[in-house]
Design a protein around this ligand. Structure first.
Ligand code: XBP
Ligand code: MG
Length: 251
């Protein structure tokens, strides 16, 4: 029986409720570019089915604005818009007002103290991860993670398993000794396809996602005095996600 040695974390929706900040950053970048595009929360909830900001803009153009004539090269146009969005996003997050989700810091501290190894596997742009970790978790938080696998380092984004394979290869670990943390259906599919047992904590934009195959589905990771709610699976009598619960889940 493989011992649990490694925890792999998604970022958006898992470490913090960042998708709403992404949505607002997209809209501000559109306005900045003189475009009258606007992604409402319900529209954004639908567009989240496409992972990756550039891919999401491309999908929006193809499916919602087929008549829009792009000035010049489409790839360049999307990349420029996305680069502007990323600056707006990282500036917003670097202000340090993005609360890390309940239980995340507590669990990461406990995991580090108990010698578990940590990695990140996310679709979002690396600069976004740096801004979130440094300004909202701890100035040295990036160093807590042996690998930060993010964005375009792999050919295919979630729900493809590539980013999780990349993270495990970089850490020289097998899926059997890992446990993944996700918030979305695409993320769960990606982790499962990489052979990973996965704990889901639903987020603002993923309440109605399908989480079949998750080891445990919760509303949050829980804090002392603020127990999690089990949405599916067996939490073995625990009220917050601890290393002890993870080891029980893993075995
Ligand atoms: C979620 C995503 C990302 C973000 C936007 O990432 O799909 O694309 O929505 O970030 P995660 P970018 O895997 O962490 O849940 O614009 O940088 O792509
Ligand atoms: Mg996510």
């Amino acid at each position: 029986m493989n011992k649990l040695t490694t925890l792999l974390f998604d970022v958006d929706g898992t470490l913090a409720e960042t998708e709403e900040i992404h949505r607002q950053s997209f809209n501000r970048s559109f306005a900045q570019a003189g475009l009258d595009w606007h992604w409402s929360q319900s529209m954004y909830g639908e567009l989240l089915a496409v992972t990756g900001g550039k891919e999401r803009i491309r999908h929006y153009l193809a499916n919602h604005l087929p008549a829009f004539s792009v000035p010049g090269d489409l790839d360049e146009y999307i990349a420029d818009l996305h680069a502007a969005k990323t600056i707006i996003y990282t500036d917003t997050v670097a202000a340090g007002n993005v609360p890390i989700r309940p239980g995340v810091k507590r669990l990461i501290d406990e995991a580090r103290q108990s010698g578990l190894r940590l990695g990140i596997a996310t679709t979002t742009t690396p600069a976004n991860v740096t801004a979130l970790l440094q300004h909202n978790l701890a100035p040295d938080a990036e160093s807590w993670f042996e690998v930060i696998a993010a964005g375009g380092v792999v050919p295919a984004k979630k729900p493809a398993p590539d980013i999780y394979h990349y993270a495990m290869q970089a850490m020289h670990v097998s899926a059997a000794e890992c446990l993944a943390f996700e918030d979305s259906e695409n993320g769960l599919i990606s982790a499962r396809a990489a052979g990973l047992q996965t704990l889901v904590a639903i987020s603002e934009y993923t309440r109605d996602h399908n989480f079949d195959g998750a080891a445990l589905v919760l509303d949050q990771l829980g804090e002392p005095g603020s127990p999690f709610q089990v949405l599916s699976g067996d939490a073995r009598g625990h009220e917050m996600v601890t290393v002890g619960l993870l080891q029980q889940l893993h075995s």
